[in-house]
Design a protein around this ligand. Sequence first.
Ligand code: ATP
Length: 335
Amino acid sequence: MLALQTRGLGKTFRVKRKETGLTGSFRSLWNPRWETKEAVRGIDLNVHEGETVAFLGPNGAGKSTTIKMLTGILHPTSGEADVLGFTPWKERERLAYRIGTVFGQKSQLWYHLPPVDTFELIGRIYELKRDDYTKRRDDLIERFELGPYLHTPVRKLSLGERMRCEIAASMLHRPKLLFMDEPTIGLDAVVKQRIRELIRERNRKEGTTVFLTSHDAGDVETLCSRAVVIHHGGVLIDEPVDKMKREVLSRKNVTLTLPNVIDYEDLPAIWGGQWLQEEGGKYRLTVDLKQTNIERVMGELIGRVSFTDVNVEDPPLEEIIKHIYGMRAEKEGAG
Ligand SMILES: Nc1ncnc2c1ncn2[C@@H]1O[C@H](COP(=O)(O)OP(=O)(O)OP(=O)(O)O)[C@@H](O)[C@H]1O
């Protein structure tokens, strides 16, 4: 069964045209000129119940605008969407009972209240039966380990603590479909990983469909089974994450901080690795995990370079997407 379907979904904004110079600024104040901006241009998507979909793309690609249309916050300019049997912008309230939303950059918890009070309010807003609500709340508190800060006002929580509460709150009414816009933004690696596990667990245990945007390749790799990449408002790639992993997610960036700035030529050749740009005393090595593994690379580095700090992470998603374009263009050229 489909949880979500769109056909030609598009959104155009009307924006004031920027005029140059002082005279232009005054003119646009009294007599603004308008132009249209196509944020989303005809997206076709099918998401099945229980799927975990990463909705990716560079800054300004149209991800948030699409999520806003799918949750009923924005009216589209063109096209259709069906989310759990509802047309989001026409049946927003009814849809709200069936979906959960998490916006990493915007808190949905009451800032001055402790999370436990927000949970209580949500329970009442969604008219949850008392026994069901208590059981569900206590289960989420236990799984998300919220006990220690349940009674602390949200404004005093760390970002990681708040995000766990945000996600638990979005799940209180057992939504069938979760929309998450950058749920791990700004979190440290350990908290990110824990949050991914918790979302994945809900997907496995309750079959919750997850539709997530992120700039973090780790979110895609550990959480999602399918990746949809959009660019300039249209779908470019729609494929299983496993395929993407085989092609491009098999790389890691190792950043070393050296005590002194040295010449690139003095850096040792590392099997399966390639040295990239330098910033100050930082040197980046891109490692192809199809050829080697991090343990081996670290072994080689420790014996041959003296460094003061090391950091191993996924390449930025923008880099991965660029790499995909490059590979596809090469293939098409060769074919
Ligand atoms: N209310 C608005 N009025 C005018 N233009 C808008 C509005 N909202 C978004 N846009 C424009 O639409 C385009 C898509 O924006 P959107 O926020 O959907 O991108 P995004 O993929 O979510 O980007 P990011 O990764 O930076 O959050 C951008 O060019 C943006 O400037």
